[in-house]
Write a protein that binds this ligand. Structure first.
Ligand code: P6P
Length: 335
């Protein structure tokens, strides 16, 4: 039937969401509306990012621009915009944000969904015009509607994700997301204010020859991590490290490769956050045919203990992640 027809490149995001909703006979449209709310906030943040360079020039004198307004940091602006869009959309009862220590209650007690979000990751890169990103996961609440969301609603393992996606604000702005039936990429056309399907059914190559890790901290790598990095060099892989997670991940998703932020002596849990960085990209990469773990355990099976848990992160082409896990196994067998 027409639903199963692959939607042509150029389909708008709205039409894509509507058509995919038809594949779920019991869908009531809330998740579709939530995805639209996120896309709207992404368009607004995209505009702020593109203007920020000018505001910075205008506001070259400290934190106040020529209008005498406080120039807010972009990640603060992005946080406000996404929280406002999710609150006004009505579908989300509670939000976990990288920018906020505690859960954010939206007041939507009938909202069925919880969102974990990094509103603008890598924002230190904006001043030097490097791509940055928004990373988000969507869960169905486990507590009954009619009241605020609970910590239990927020601390669900990644396997419970209903949807996951990221926005990459780069040479072009893209929205890449999954609802558990494959991964699709949409490219934003600012002159039309629309996202258009540009990368249908993204799959990550089974292997690759790119490894991404910050070798500046190699002094604090564990022996197993150091051994795997040496293996990559022995294989003459290319080292590619942008230092912006979404940009490094997106490149590896399309070309194949492995991204690592391992446990180090200084950071025994690594640096990246489980709820709104690692689980999100893990769901996407698995839906694209790749793999994600902490070196031993599948990322999405890690039980969250706190809203801002960190975890060691190995993600990308299945064969590369499995090879890394072989090297890391020596570490775990010793422990
Ligand atoms: P390091 C950016 O600050 C970030 O959170 C990710 O986007 C990026 O991959 C990582 O940290 C870079 O960390 O320690 O290599 O500078």
């Amino acid at each position: 039937d027409h639903n199963k027809l692959a939607l042509p490149v150029g389909t708008t995001l709205d039409r894509f969401i509507m058509r995919k909703q038809e594949d779920f006979p019991y869908a009531t449209g809330e998740l579709s509306q939530l995805l639209r709310d996120i896309a709207l906030a992404a368009k607004i943040v995209n505009r702020e990012i593109n203007r920020s360079g000018l505001i910075d020039i205008a506001g070259a004198y400290g934190n106040r621009n020529v209008q005498g307004e406080d120039v807010q940091k972009l990640d603060v602006i992005a946080n406000i915009r996404f929280i406002r869009a999710l609150r006004n959309g009505g579908e989300v009862c509670t939000i976990i944000s990288e920018e906020e220590q505690e859960m954010i209650q939206t007041g939507n007690h009938q909202g069925k969904y919880v969102v974990a979000i990094d509103p603008l990751d890598g924002s230190s890169n904006i001043d030097v015009n490097v791509s940055i990103g928004t990373i988000f996961s969507i869960y169905r609440r486990v507590s009954p509607t009619g009241s605020e969301g609970t910590e239990q609603d927020c601390l669900q393992p990644g396997t419970h994700q209903v949807a996951a996606g990221y926005v990459i604000y780069g040479s072009s702005t893209m929205l890449v997301y999954t609802t558990g039936n494959g991964v699709n990429g949409f490219t934003y056309e600012p002159s039309l204010g629309e996202f258009f399907l540009s990368h249908p059914n993204i799959t990550i190559p089974k292997t690759g020859s790119i490894y991404s890790i910050n070798e500046g901290i190699s002094e604090s790598f564990t022996p197993a991590t150091a051994a795997f990095v040496k293996h990559c060099k022995d294989q003459n892989y290319s080292a590619r490290y942008i230092g912006s997670l979404v940009a490094d991940f997106h490149r590896n998703l399309l070309k194949g490769g492995i991204y690592m932020y391992p446990a180090t002596k200084k950071s025994p849990e690594g640096k990246l956050r489980l709820m709104y960085e690692c689980n999100t990209l893990a769901f996407i990469v698995e839906q694209a045919g790749g793999k994600s773990s902490n070196g031993q355990i599948r990322t999405m099976e890690i039980e969250p203990k706190g809203l801002h848990d960190r975890c060691p992160f190995f993600i990308g082409s299945t064969e590369l992640v499995e090879k890394a896990e072989e090297f890391m196994a020596s570490e775990f067998s010793n422990s």
